[in-house]
Write a protein that binds this ligand. Structure first.
Ligand code: C2E
Ligand code: MG
Ligand code: MG
Ligand code: MG
Length: 281
C-alpha cells in the first residue's frame, strides 16, 4: 500500500509507478543488448532541390526489436541519451554513413549525393568526437564534403567556446554542419555568426500549416531570408504537399525533405529511386 504524504513516501510501490519502472528497466536492458547485437537499421529520407533532383538523404535510425518489430527513434533516443548508449549508437550511424558515401563515390549516379547524420549533443560533447570523425573518414576514404552533421540548438546551451572550437576543427576537415529543427530551440542569433554552419533546417512544425497560418509562413520566410543573408543553404523538412513546396520555393527556399518526395526508406529503396530518376541536365 502506497503511503501518501509524510516524510517517507513509498510512491515507488504504487503499482502504476512500479510498472513504469519495470518497463524502463526492461527497455534499458534490451537497448544495451541491441547495441551489442547491432539491432539497428538506418533508413534514408530523400532530399531534393528546386528542380526536383535528388541531392542526398537524411539518415534516420530505427530499432529492429526481435519481438516488437521496428521501433521509432522517438521511443528510444531519450533513453539512449540518459544511459550513454547514444555514444556507441551514434558512432554506428556515422560509420554506416561513411561506408555508404565511400561506396557511392565511385558511381557517377551517386557521387554527388550527401548524407545528413543526426548527432546528439552528448555525442558531440564526447572529447574524442572530432577524432572519431577523422578516423572514420580515413578508414573508409570518405569524401568529407558529402557528410553533413545535423545538430540542434540545445548544443549551444553551455560551454559555447568549447562547442565553437570543436565545430571549427571538424569544419576544417570539410564536414558540414546543419542546424536541425531550426527555430524551435534556444535561439540566440548571435551564435549564428560565430558558428561554421552550412545549412539551416526549418523545423517541420513551421511547415505543417504554412499555407493556412500566416505566422508560420512569416517565420519560415524569415528563416529563409536569414539563411540567404548569412550565405547558408536552407532546407525545409516535413514538406508533404506540392502547395507547401511551391510557397517555400516562392520564398526562396531551394531544398526540401518530406513525404512529398519520399518517406524514410531502406537503402535498397533509396538507391532504386536514384537509379530510376530521369536525368535532368
Ligand atoms: P529529425 O532529425 O528532425 O527527423 C525528422 C523526422 O520527421 C523523422 O522522424 C522523419 O521521419 C519525420 N518526417 C520526415 N518527413 C516528414 C513529413 O513530411 N511529415 C511528417 N509528419 N514527418 C516527417 P523519425 O525518423 O521518427 O526521427 C525522429 C527524430 O529522432 C529525429 O528528428 C532525430 O531527432 C532523432 N533521430 C533519428 N535518427 C537519429 C540518429 O541516428 N541519431 C540521433 N541522435 N537522433 C536520431
Ligand atoms: Mg534531423
Ligand atoms: Mg528535424
Ligand atoms: Mg524534428
Amino acid at each position: 500500500q502506497a503511503k501518501s504524504g509524510g516524510k517517507n513516501t513509498y510512491r515507488f510501490f504504487d503499482p502504476e509507478m512500479q510498472k513504469a519502472v519495470l518497463t524502463r528497466i526492461t527497455l534499458e536492458t534490451e537497448l544495451r543488448h541491441a547495441v551489442v547485437q547491432e539491432q539497428f537499421i538506418l533508413y534514408f529520407q530523400p532530399q531534393v532541390n528546386h528542380l526536383g533532383q535528388y541531392i542526398g538523404a537524411e539518415t534516420l535510425i530505427r530499432w529492429q526489436h526481435p519481438k516488437q518489430g521496428l521501433i521509432s527513434p522517438a521511443e528510444f533516443i531519450p533513453l539512449a541519451e540518459e544511459t550513454g548508449l547514444i555514444l556507441p549508437m551514434g558512432f554506428w550511424v556515422l560509420e554506416q554513413a561513411c561506408q555508404h558515401l565511400a561506396r557511392w563515390a565511385v558511381d557517377p549516379l551517386f557521387a554527388h549525393l550527401t548524407l545528413s547524420v543526426n548527432v546528439s549533443a552528448k555525442q558531440f560533447g564526447l572529447p574524442s568526437f572530432e577524432h572519431e570523425i577523422k578516423q572514420l573518414l580515413a578508414t573508409y576514404q570518405t569524401n568529407p564534403n558529402r557528410l553533413k552533421i545535423e545538430i540542434t540548438e540545445s548544443l549551444f546551451l553551455d560551454k559555447t567556446e568549447v562547442v565553437i572550437n570543436k565545430m571549427n576543427a571538424i569544419r576544417k576537415q570539410k564536414v558540414a554542419f546543419s542546424i536541425d529543427d531550426f527555430g524551435t530551440g534556444f535561439s540566440s542569433l548571435s551564435y549564428l555568426k560565430r558558428l561554421p554552419l552550412e545549412q539551416l533546417k526549418i523545423d517541420q512544425s513551421f511547415i505543417q500549416d504554412i499555407l493556412s497560418n500566416p505566422k508560420d509562413a512569416a517565420i519560415a520566410s524569415t528563416i529563409i531570408a536569414l539563411g540567404k543573408n548569412l550565405c547558408l543553404t536552407v532546407i525545409a523538412e516535413g514538406v508533404e504537399t506540392q502547395a507547401q513546396q511551391n510557397l517555400l520555393k516562392s520564398m526562396g527556399c531551394l531544398s526540401y525533405q518530406g513525404y512529398l518526395f519520399g518517406q524514410p526508406m531502406k537503402m535498397a529503396d533509396f538507391e532504386q529511386l536514384i537509379n530510376t530518376q530521369p536525368t535532368v541536365k
